[in-house]
Design a protein around this ligand. Structure first.
Ligand SMILES: [Zn+2]
Length: 180
């Protein structure tokens, strides 16, 4: 079956930066619903559209087509006592960026000093060109329910609640939109 709108695609992938430094050696294949559901990066869908099992490709995606340019305005320093304890580098919080009205942003703790904490609202892959080695391993028709929900169900045989979008489907971290 060829990859088209409303097919579920399983892809083995390896993610590197433009200098070929490995970022992620996809131990699990990415499984996503094809056809503009923002389950994965549009450039990946573009590359795979019309292809079949066995297709392999390496593509480089520039920041503007991936997670955007790094925005220094999204870095802020907070008083440590305004944040919950214990706090560790790598923890994430949802917040609102200064100057932007409502759009919630995920902030990652990148540095902790005695009484200050640095929060970075950029996506961890912002500002980076991303190189994907892709290898299509499975293509199937999506179920009507998957199409209605706009995402894949049961990739690993688990059930998930309708509004449970945080159950970590394998393709989720390449969503162009942050999870709600
Ligand atoms: Zn669902």
């Amino acid at each position: 079956m060829k990859i088209a709108q409303n097919t579920v695609v399983s892809v083995n992938y390896k993610l590197s930066d433009a200098q070929n430094n490995l970022i992620e050696d996809g131990a699990q294949p990415m499984v996503y619903l094809h056809g503009g559901y923002e389950n994965t990066l549009p450039k990946i869908e573009e590359e795979l559209d019309g292809k079949d099992v066995g297709y392999t490709s390496t593509i480089q995606i520039e920041p503007e087509d991936a997670f955007g340019d790094y925005d220094p305005n999204l870095v802020k320093v907070e008083e440590r006592n305004r944040l919950p304890e214990p706090i560790e580098v790598g923890m994430q919080f949802e917040g609102v960026a200064e100057g932007s009205d409502e759009e919630p942003v995920i902030f990652t703790v990148t540095e902790i000093a005695d009484d200050k904490v640095v929060l970075d609202g950029n996506h961890p892959l912002a500002g980076m060109a991303l190189r994907f080695d892709l290898s299509v391993i499975d293509v199937r028709a999506a179920t009507p329910e998957e199409i209605a929900h706009g995402h894949v169900h049961g990739a690993h045989g688990h059930d998930h609640g309708h509004d449970d979008m945080e159950d970590g489907e394998p393709g989720d971290h390449f969503r162009s939109q942050p999870l709600q």
